[in-house]
Ligand binder design. Structure first.
Ligand SMILES: *Cc1c(COP(=O)(O)O)cnc(C)c1O
Length: 447
């Protein structure tokens, strides 16, 4: 696999390099030059297989020559040791629940596979790295859990002490071992700034600092696998399928684009967003404007005014967008509109959808999943297209108990993974926003 940068100013690299580096030196995002194309036989042969088996067999082709099969098999089975339910709403609508992983959000799918692949390459080269990550909640816990107990990696998570929920904090502070949690007396932006400064600090070079953020191609490839899984379980080739994806930085949606590029018969990709509607506006008008600052909606993991993966989407459709969000070459808008539909959903509509799904089907969903379901309803209303569709539920309702309870009256039950942390001992360090102190901490406490 050869990967190029969306800014087109950096040399092509191997998968291993893209995975360990994260971002290209020209500040662009890595994309595979080509992907394997799955035939009818390939897709049919997966019919009765389990999630980890399908993941392994697909990845064997995608990562051919990048990793040996026995190691890849061990990695996928170890990463995907939880259920991926497909809840039926009616004959042509399903909800795929991606909320059964250890931190109860879909980010587990990507983080767990990426962590194990990184560990594989680091071990082979006998290298060690430190993953530094700043978080406002979900990403930090998914990344910390994904790397937990792995030998060649230490993880340091910085989070704003007063801006994360008790539950989110406990997901990071009760792990320990190779995971250090630092509570910062500041805001998320302060944490982010400290991490960025550390990355460019020459005196910290020997620590091998790396990031595991959402622009890493190692997080995108795993996100193509559940689309293939849902198709195999629900459709007979060459029937078509529609996916509705609650989107913020559009990494999840890019996973679906990759699956389509590999030959999955995806008729329409619905990118459902909250009131941050820069993408539906762009698709409609052909003009792109970031939303600064982004709007605060109850689907808070999607409060994004400039999606980091948009540059990738535009590249796949023949255009070029730089890291600032300027479009230097327009993509093929006609093909883009043909493949992708995008709808903006208000908080009021989000709440009404949570209530409707509970009243009509007895199924509890949370705000992000509700945005996906409403986006699908908008699409069906405007097109009368009743092709089989799968809406993704990206988090467990127990992560958003207040919003869910206020409209359904139900207090969502904690999944076992979240319940465990309630009684575990917390351990964290406290630091101010002073970079010098943070640097001393890295140099003295972590080695
Ligand atoms: C991160 C996140 C999203 C948005 O996913 P993107 O890949 O950034 O579009 C949606 N729902 C939940 C619960 C998330 O944590």
């Amino acid at each position: 696999m050869k990967l190029y940068s969306t800014n087109l100013q950096a040399p092509e690299v191997s998968f291993e390099t893209a995975l360990i580096k994260g971002q290209a030196p020209d500040k662009g995002l890595y994309l595979p030059r080509s992907l394997p194309l799955f035939s009818r036989e390939d897709i049919l042969s997966l019919k009765d297989k389990s999630y980890p088996e399908i993941a392994f067999l697909v990845l064997c082709k995608v990562l051919e020559g990048e990793i040996d099969a026995p190691s890849l098999k061990a990695i996928t089975y170890d990463a995907y040791n939880y259920e991926v339910p497909l809840d039926k709403l009616n004959d042509n609508t399903y909800i795929m629940r991606l909320d059964h992983g250890p931190t109860a959000s879909f980010k587990d799918f990507a983080a767990r596979l990426m962590a194990r692949l990184m560990q594989y390459y680091l071990k082979k080269e006998n290298k060690k790295i430190i993953i530094l990550t700043a978080t406002s909640g979900d990403t930090g816990s998914a990344v910390a859990h994904a790397f937990y107990g792995l030998e060649n990696v230490k993880v340091i998570v910085l989070f704003p002490l007063t801006e994360v929920s008790d539950r989110q904090r406990k997901q990071m502070t009760t792990l320990q071992k190779n995971i250090s949690a630092i509570a910062i007396d500041g805001k998320f932006d302060d944490c982010q700034a400290m991490v960025k400064q550390a990355f460019s600090d020459e005196e910290l070079k020997h620590l091998n600092l790396s990031s595991a953020n959402s622009i890493n191609i190692g997080r995108l490839i795993p996100q193509s696998l559940y689309y293939i899984y849902a198709y195999i379980k629900l459709c007979n080739y060459p029937e078509e399928i529609i996916f509705s994806i609650p989107s913020g930085n559009f990494g999840n949606m890019m996973g679906c684009v990759l699956a389509k590029m590999m030959g999955l018969p995806v008729k329409k990709i619905i990118a459902s967003v909250n009131e941050n509607d820069e993408v539906p506006t762009f698709l409609r008008s052909g003009e792109y404007h970031k939303i600064v600052p982004s709007l605060n909606c109850i689907s808070n993991a999607m409060n994004v005014g400039h999606p980091s993966n948009l540059a990738r989407l535009i590249a796949v459709y023949g255009g070029q967008m730089d890291e600032q969000g300027n479009i230097n070459k327009m993509p093929d808008m006609e093909r883009l509109r043909n493949d992708i539909y995008s709808s903006s959903v208000t908080d009021e509509e989000t709440k009404a959808t949570i209530k409707e799904i509970f009243d009509n089907y007895g199924i509890l969903i949370e705000p992000h999943g509700a945005v996906g379901i409403k986006g699908l309803a908008d699409y069906r209303l405007s097109t009368q297209d009743n092709t089989l569709a799968v809406a993704l539920e990206t988090a467990h309702p127990a992560k958003f108990p207040l919003e869910v309870k206020s409209v359904t009256g139900i207090d969502p039950k904690l999944p076992p993974s979240l319940k465990e942390i309630e009684t575990k001992e917390e351990k964290m360090d406290f630091l101010s926003t002073d970079y010098k102190k943070f640097k001393d901490y890295l140099l003295t406490k972590i080695v």
